[in-house]
Design a binder for this molecule. Structure first.
Ligand code: ADP
Length: 395
């Protein structure tokens, strides 16, 4: 079956058409600036990429343009839309309602709408993408795959905050966690690579990208994760602050004459390694600046590694042990020195890095020494493939 995977944001839409039997990507691409002017980048496998400026007043137009390119005699990869057997949609927030992927029906969509309050920037955009696809591909089964679903197995001790309990009861204030599709994919892949049953493994997955989170996966289940009520908690990220003393908010708001909403924007968009360094959110830029003697860039990089190491230590405690520490996403897969920096804190757990094996980017590999009692691995994530698999399993 050919599965169209859609990841819809407020002004962008990423897509991949995947053949679920061979798991090959037939085409992928990106619509940007939807509702502003519109730009499409379409990459059909084995053919030249197409980059065009095209008006996209709304998401339905964007999906329509994608479908036109997928079926185009020259740059397309399928003969007609009938070849698309199902559509898998990435949905950011499933609240407590969705602990697994779900076939999208009118009732399910209404439930997703209800939890949109928890992800006001993301869920409405996801829903717009779903409705656009339903309009243009009537009758094609659609599946929603939630970023939060994998973490619904967390125990109360991990998901409750130390706040009045009524905030949880009345408003759903709790840890939800994100990147669940990636944490699930990587932890399963770790077991496959090692030829073990996922139920026997305690794995800590470090999803280190622009947005970054860590997950403790015990016997195949998420038992704790560093992102919380929103993706702002946890690690120091590209532009997000991660954990901080909440009293800072009012203090800085007073000093800088900012509203709480403005402070939240600062925490999301102007903080993290970008805010500390004043250089960039991109670790390649930070590495270069640090090499050239920029102290703040060097500190930002070190802070990132330190926070990751602290979380790994905490999650080893949460699971009473750890078998595998797995690195994934942009930084986890590619930043050789960052992996070394993080693991340099963790010798006490029994992990020993093999510097030569660590010298890779974007490949699946065990990077710890033969005699390391805890394995360190690089396992590239593939959220689109995970969404494709979930979709096929449900339709
Ligand atoms: P997201 O999906 O959250 O936008 P990614 O997983 O694509 O993020 O990761 C993007 C980040 O990965 C970049 O900001 C950059 O810091 C980092 N990155 C990518 N390639 C490299 C590399 N070769 N060396 C160091 N960092 C890299």
């Amino acid at each position: 079956m050919k599965v169209l995977v859609i990841n819809c944001g407020s002004s962008s839409l990423k897509y991949q058409l995947i053949d679920s039997e061979t798991e090959q990507v037939l085409a992928k691409g990106l619509c940007e600036r939807i509702g502003i002017d519109g730009r499409l980048t379409h990459r059909p496998t084995g053919k030249d990429k197409v980059e065009i400026e095209a008006p996209m007043p709304n998401h339905t137009e964007a999906v329509s343009l994608v479908l036109k390119h997928l079926t185009d005699p020259e740059v397309g990869v399928i003969g007609s839309l009938e070849e698309i057997g199902a559509v898998g949609h990435r949905i950011v927030h499933g609240g407590e309602k969705f602990a697994s992927s779900t076939v999208l029906t009118d009732e399910v969509i209404a439930e997703i709408e209800k939890v949109s309050d928890l992800a006001p920037l993301h869920n409405p955009a996801n829903l717009i993408g779903i409705r656009a696809c339903m309009e243009l591909m009537p009758g094609v089964p659609m599946v929603g795959v939630f970023d939060t679903a994998f973490h619904q197995t967390m125990p109360e001790v991990a998901y409750l905050y130390g706040l009045p309990y009524e905030y949880y009861e009345k408003y759903g204030v709790r840890r939800y966690g994100f990147h669940g599709t990636s944490h699930s994919f990587v932890s399963k892949r770790v077991a496959e690579i090692l030829g073990k049953d996922v139920k026997e493994l305690k794995t800590i997955v470090c999803h280190l990208g622009n947005g970054a989170s860590i997950c403790a996966v015990c016997g195949g289940k998420s038992v704790d994760t560093s992102m919380g009520f929103t993706p702002l908690e946890g690690l120091v990220m590209g532009t997000r602050s991660g954990d901080l003393d909440p009293a800072i908010l009012e203090y800085v708001a007073g000093k800088e004459n900012l509203t709480l909403a403005q402070i939240e924007t600062v925490l999301n968009k102007k903080s993290g390694v970008a805010g500390v360094s004043g250089v960039s959110s991109d670790f390649r830029d930070l590495g270069k600046a640090a090499e050239e003697g920029n102290h703040r860039a060097a500190v930002a990089v070190d802070m990132f590694a330190y926070r990751v190491a602290k979380y790994v230590g905490a999650y080893a405690a949460a699971m009473n042990g750890v078998d595998v520490i797995a690195f994934t996403a942009g930084i986890g897969e590619n930043d050789i020195s960052m992996r070394a920096k993080i693991l340099s804190y963790l010798g006490f757990l029994g992990v020993k890095l093999d510097a030569e094996k660590n010298n890779i980017r974007g490949e699946e590999r065990v990077i710890s020494t033969e005699d390391s009692t805890v394995l360190a691995m690089v396992v590239p994530t593939n959220e689109e493939l995970a969404i494709c698999r979930e979709t096929v399993a449900l339709v």
